[in-house]
Design a protein around this ligand. Structure first.
Ligand code: GRF
Length: 217
């Protein structure tokens, strides 16, 4: 973990692709004073029209957009994304429903400083192809009685990085993918993501040997 996160203000940059309810949970936690030592460095989307950007603007947080369609190829897009990220000088990058595969170079430069929220209890229902409602459809198909959400550090795999926080959520007999998605967000995601940011900003979590160790107290 970089020294700066352990001591001073932690500049948090949030990357989004959609409605931004997880971003809203972060903005609300900040507004309630639950994220001491956290400064929101900005919100970047890969899609100009998303509601997440409106949420950030309403909260007077800097916004930016880097859209793949504006670049001749993937490599040019990845360079522009990394450049936009670096310009915000973040200590921590939070993927809050960011549907872009993170460039390897960004993972290398921000090792153990990027976290993601996934709507299942990893290692169940994760990896390639498991995003959005598909995760909850798979959980219902398998008939699990508990699902949940996971916050993990991002490595080069898909949902394979060190796990920071998990929270279980009950699956009900009558659930649809939509109702389960909603309950997982309300009961787990919107709580876990601000908590994860708070822990990291306070220097209370570190990655060692591929696992997260908590330093409480
Ligand atoms: C959430 O379910 C999150 O777990 C996943 O993408 C979704 C984003 O939703 N990674 P929102 O844009 O935060 O509302």
């Amino acid at each position: 973990m970089p020294e700066k996160i352990e001591s001073g203000t932690c500049r948090v940059l949030v990357l989004v692709s959609g409605g931004g309810t997880n971003l809203q949970a972060i903005l609300d936690a900040k507004e309630r004073g639950e994220l001491p030592g956290v400064e929101l460095a900005g919100v970047i989307s890969n899609n100009p029209g998303v509601y997440a950007l409106e949420r950030a603007k309403k909260a007077q947080v800097w916004t930016g957009c880097v859209s793949p369609g504006d670049f001749p190829d993937r490599s040019a897009f990845e360079k522009a994304l990394l450049c936009a990220v670096k310009e915000r000088n973040p200590d921590l990058i939070v993927l809050a429903g960011f549907l872009v595969v993170i460039p390897k170079e960004m993972i290398r430069q921000y090792q153990n400083r990027i976290i993601n929220i996934h709507p299942s209890l990893i290692p169940s229902f994760c990896g390639k192809g498991y995003y959005g409602l598909r995760v909850h459809e798979a959980a219902l198909r398998r008939g699990v009685k508990l699902t949940g959400a996971t916050v993990h550090f991002v490595d080069e795999g898909t949902d394979t990085g060190p796990i920071l926080l998990q929270k279980a959520v009950e699956v009900r007999q009558e659930d649809t993918p939509q109702s389960l998605q909603r309950r997982v967000m309300e009961e787990a995601e919107w709580k876990l993501l601000p908590e994860a940011i708070s822990l990291i900003a306070a220097g209370k979590a570190e990655v060692r040997d591929g696992r997260v160790h908590r330093k409480d107290g």
